[in-house]
Design a protein around this ligand. Structure first.
Ligand SMILES: *[C@@H]1O[C@H](CO)[C@@H](O)[C@H](O)[C@H]1NC(C)=O
Ligand SMILES: *[C@@H]1O[C@H](CO)[C@@H](O)[C@H](O)[C@H]1NC(C)=O
Length: 172
C-alpha cells in the first residue's frame, strides 16, 4: 500500500505530523466489512461476527448483514430488540447465552428463516418470552433455554425443537 506523500509549504511533515496524518487517514477509511468496534469478524468458514466476552451492555447496531454466525455470549446484554438482527437474513447460528437478558422483543427473530441454532440459555432474569418470538423459524433445530428464569417454556410455539416435553393438562 502506498501512502500519499504529504508536503507542507515548509517541506515534509515531521514524524509526529506524518503519524497524525496516517491516523486520521486510517480513521476515514471504511471499516473492513463494517465490523463493530468491539467485535472480531471473519469470513471463513462462514461470515462470522464474534463479540463474546466484551462486557457489552447492548447488541452492536452495525452487525454486517451477510453474517451467518453471531457470537454474543458472556456479555452483559439486557434486551434483544426487534431490530437487533432483522437485517441478517442469512443468520444460521446465534449465541446469546450467559448474559443478563430480561427482555426479548416479540419480533426479535422475525424473518430469520435460516436460523438453525439459537442459544439463549443462562439468562437468569429472562422470565417471559412472547409466544410469537419463535414464529417462522422453520429451520431451527436447536434451541437452548436452560438456566433461564422462564416460568413456562414456550413449548407450543416451537414445533420440532429440542425442548423438554411438558405434559399438557387436560382441557388445553
Ligand atoms: C444470503 O445468502 C445468499 C446466498 O445463499 C446471497 O446471495 C445473499 O447475498 C446473502 N445475503 C446477504 C445479506 O449477505
Ligand atoms: C442485570 O439486569 C438487571 C436489570 O434487568 C440489573 O438490575 C442487574 O444489576 C443486572 N445484573 C448484572 C450482573 O449486570
Amino acid at each position: 500500500m502506498r501512502f500519499p506523500a504529504v508536503r507542507g509549504p515548509a517541506g515534509t511533515l515531521g514524524d509526529g505530523g506524518r503519524l497524525l496524518f496516517l491516523v486520521l487517514w486510517l480513521n476515514l477509511l471504511p471499516r473492513a466489512a463494517g465490523c463493530p468496534a468491539t467485535c472480531f469478524c471473519y469470513s471463513e468458514p462462514r461470515p462470522t461476527v464474534a463479540c463474546q466476552q466484551q462486557g457489552l451492555f447492548s447488541i452492536p447496531t452495525e452487525i454486517p448483514t451477510q453474517s451467518q454466525r453471531i457470537f454474543l455470549q458472556s456479555n452483559k446484554l439486557t434486551v434483544v430488540r426487534s431490530t437487533s438482527f432483522s437485517s441478517c437474513q442469512n443468520l444460521t447460528v446465534l449465541w446469546l447465552y450467559s448474559n443478563n437478558i430480561s427482555h426479548i422483543a416479540s419480533g426479535a427473530f422475525f424473518g430469520l428463516e435460516r436460523l438453525e441454532q439459537l442459544d439463549i440459555g443462562d439468562n437468569s432474569n429472562l422470565r417471559i418470552i412472547s409466544p410469537t418470538a419463535f414464529r417462522g423459524l422453520s429451520k431451527l433445530h436447536t434451541l437452548h433455554l436452560h438456566r433461564c428464569g422462564l416460568s413456562r417454556p414456550p413449548r407450543r410455539c416451537v414445533p420440532g425443537t429440542l425442548l423438554p416435553a411438558i405434559p399438557v393438562p387436560p382441557g388445553q
